[in-house]
Structures are given as structure tokens and as C-alpha cells.
Design a protein around this ligand. Structure first.
Ligand code: ATP
Length: 357
């Protein structure tokens, strides 16, 4: 049974001619963690606000926990939706202590026990009497999450919750927040423009561009089997080579040679498609493989981002980006040899979006 069901949702703001969210449909299961991922202005915050009830769609419906929250004729206001919010800046009350912040607006009889319970859950016992300015960014975030969870919401919505944290803390908080949400079996919808957040925290990712869903899948599916150039470029980096599906509809002709398409692929004969190769899927050796010259490289600590000019089997030269092991010794101008593993190649539809990016 789906816990959240969004059907054909469309929202156009007054005074604009293009919908911010257009014909969006998806389902979320109970306890699932979903990230709405996309670039600035793609409509992800609007979608979150529609689910919360801060905006009303002109078309489509929203069901949460079997209850119809919004459609063409009905609209349940935010405070009656059973939705908890965690805002980007945490929105804690500066003049209230941790315990007062977490208990704010909670009117049930078990208030004291429930507040203590969620403080345990987010590991903030001992901090009850502190004010927000006496807490670190990560601790403030945990207070905001505790406040959202205190009322046992049907779903918790989190708007870019990691964007104010520095890189180290961000890594740690992704794990912590995911664990806390999973431990409570709460359904959660994150909004993020950061692919690393989305890959680390989500059970499934919904990639959005220009108000429309591009792909829905697990982090692994989104990264390894992107369905179009927008997804493959937005989630990680990729080398994109043009290809043409052969008339047998089983292989694609590319500058690397003929590559077999997977069974059940969605392409038609003679279609122009994209062949995407991830930077970490290209192996480098001193001999054997496609010759290439190192043009530049940047040491990243855990990898070396390297740009090479490769002499492709079809005779042309193509710039490729590789991600190499940090122990690899490289010099600009050095001759290397490349091997691309067929299993790491993905095939993409060339839509209008692809051609623009
Ligand atoms: P960001 O990551 O920058 O917050 P986003 O993906 O969350 O972006 P939205 O805030 O949902 O995008 O905005 C989607 C589109 O709707 C944008 O073109 C934006 O300019 C427009 N928009 C958002 N809010 C309003 C509003 N209140 N009135 C008119 N247009 C709006």
C-alpha cells in the first residue's frame, strides 16, 4: 500500500505562463526516504510545498496515508495534514530552549515523555536547557528534526537540510539523519540540489528538471542507468559519445566500435542515442588499449580527475575525463592506454533537453 500518492500534479504561479510543476505523478511507500533532486528553479520546493499544503495545485491530487489532502475540489490545510517540516535554516525559536523548541505546539498529555523520547532519538539528552545559539549546526539540525518528529507525523518533509553544514559535518549528518528517520519508520521527503546528499540518504531519488520528472529510481539505478543526458550529467559526471542504433536493433555504432545493446532496450532502428561512460569506468595502463595523451589532472585526495585526449578507434580525437586512483603517477603529455569496460556503459535517449545541455 502506497503511503503517499501524487497524481498528475500541476502548479502554475499567478503571473507566470510556464508551470513550476507539470503533470507530476509518483508514489511513496511507508517508511521510504525519497529525495526530490534537481537544479535551482526546477520546481522541487514547489512540489514539497504542495505536499505540505502551503501551495495549492490547479490540477492533480495528493493522498497521504489514505486521506485525500488536495484535488480539484478539496483542500486540507497544512496544520491538518499530519506533516512535519524541517526547514533549510532549521527555523528554531531563538528565545526558547531545546526542550521548549521540541515541545512547541505539542498538546498531548504525554508531552514530557514524548519530548524526552525524541531527544533520546536524536541523541540530545543533556542539551535540554540550551538555547539554539549555544548549539552547533548539526545539533540545531537534530533539534529541528526532533521537533518535526515529536508529533508522530505521517510524513516529514526536509527542505535542503544539509546546505548550511560544512563538508565533514554534512557527511556525518547524512548518516545520522537517515538512521534517525529509519529508526522511527517515518516516511520522509527531502529536497536537494546536491547529488551527493541524494545518493547518500535516499531509498529512491526523483530527478526533476523544468517542472517535470526525468527519472525515478534507487541511487544505484539513477547513477548507473540514467535514462537521459540530463540525469547522467546532473548526477555525477559523464563522458557522452554519440551513437546510432544499427538496423538489427541489437547494437549501436559508435566511435569506439560496435557495442551491444542490453535486452529490452527502448530504442528504435537507426535512432541517434547517447553512449555514456562514467569517469571511473575507464581504466588506464602503460600498454594495451586505446592510446591517449594526458592533458591535465587535479589531485582530489581520494582520486585524480584527469583529462585525456584519446585517439578513438574511428580515427578522431576525443577529450575524455577519467577518475583515477590517487596512487597513479601522471604527467602532462604522458602517453597512456585506456580500456572501457562494456558493463559500465549506459545508453541514453537524446531528447531536446540532451541537445541543449
Ligand atoms: P531552488 O533550489 O532555487 O529553491 P527549486 O527547484 O526549489 O529552486 P522552485 O522554488 O520550486 O524551484 O521554483 C520553480 C519555479 O517557480 C521557478 O521558476 C521559480 O521562479 C518559480 N516560483 C517559485 N515560487 C514562486 C512564486 N511564489 N511566484 C512566482 N513564481 C514562483
Amino acid at each position: 500500500m502506497d503511503h503517499i500518492e501524487i497524481t498528475n500534479l500541476t502548479k502554475t504561479y499567478p503571473g507566470t505562463d510556464k508551470p513550476a510543476v507539470s503533470h507530476v505523478s509518483f508514489q511513496i511507500k511507508k517508511g521510504e526516504i525519497i529525495t526530490l533532486l534537481g537544479p535551482s528553479g526546477c520546481g522541487k520546493t514547489t512540489l514539497l510545498r504542495l505536499i505540505a499544503g502551503f501551495e495549492r495545485a490547479e490540477k492533480g491530487s495528493i493522498i497521504i496515508g489514505e486521506k485525500l489532502m488536495s484535488d480539484d475540489t478539496s483542500f486540507i490545510p497544512p496544520e491538518k495534514r499530519g506533516v512535519g517540516m524541517v526547514f533549510q535554516d532549521y527555523a528554531l525559536f531563538p528565545h526558547l530552549t531545546v526542550i521548549e523548541n521540541v515541545g512547541f505546539g505539542y498538546k498531548e498529555e504525554d508531552k514530557k515523555d514524548r519530548v524526552n523520547e525524541v531527544l533520546d532519538l536524536v541523541n540530545l539528552r543533556g542539551y535540554e536547557k540550551r538555547f539554539p545559539h549555544e548549539l552547533s549546526g548539526g545539533q540545531q539540525q537534530r533539534v529541528a528534526l526532533a521537533r518535526a518528529l515529536a508529533r508522530r507525523p505521517l510524513v516529514v518533509l526536509l527542505d535542503e537540510p544539509f546546505s548550511n553544514l560544512d563538508a565533514d559535518l554534512r557527511d556525518q549528518m547524512r548518516v545520522e539523519i537517515r538512521n534517525i528517520i529509519k529508526n522511527t519508520n517515518t516516511t520522509a521527503v527531502f529536497v536537494s540540489h546536491d547529488q551527493k546528499d541524494a545518493l547518500a540518504i535516499s531509498d529512491r531519488i526523483i530527478v526533476i528538471n523544468e517542472g517535470e520528472i526525468q527519472q525515478i529510481g534507487t541511487p544505484k539505478e539513477i547513477y548507473q542507468e540514467p535514462v537521459n543526458h540530463f540525469v547522467s550529467n546532473f548526477v555525477g559526471r559523464t563522458n557522452l559519445l554519440p551513437g546510432t542504433v544499427l538496423s538489427d536493433n541489437k547494437s549501436v555504432s559508435t566511435c569506439l566500435g560496435m557495442i551491444r545493446l542490453p535486452e529490452g532496450h527502448p530504442f528504435i532502428k537507426e535512432e541517434s542515442i547517447g553512449v555514456a561512460v562514467r569517469p571511473e569506468s575507464i581504466h588506464v595502463s602503460e600498454k594495451d588499449g586505446m592510446p591517449a595523451t594526458v592533458k591535465s589532472f587535479i589531485f582530489k585526495g581520494d582520486s585524480i580527475d584527469t583529462v585525456v585526449a584519446a585517439k578513438m578507434p574511428c580515427g578522431t580525437e576525443q577529450e575524455l575525463i577519467l577518475s583515477l586512483h590517487p596512487d597513479k603517477e601522471l604527467q602532462t603529455g604522458q602517453q597512456v592506454y585506456l580500456t572501457i569496460l562494456p558493463k559500465n556503459i549506459s545508453f541514453l535517449k537524446m531528447t531536446e533537453n540532451n541537445q541543449r545541455t
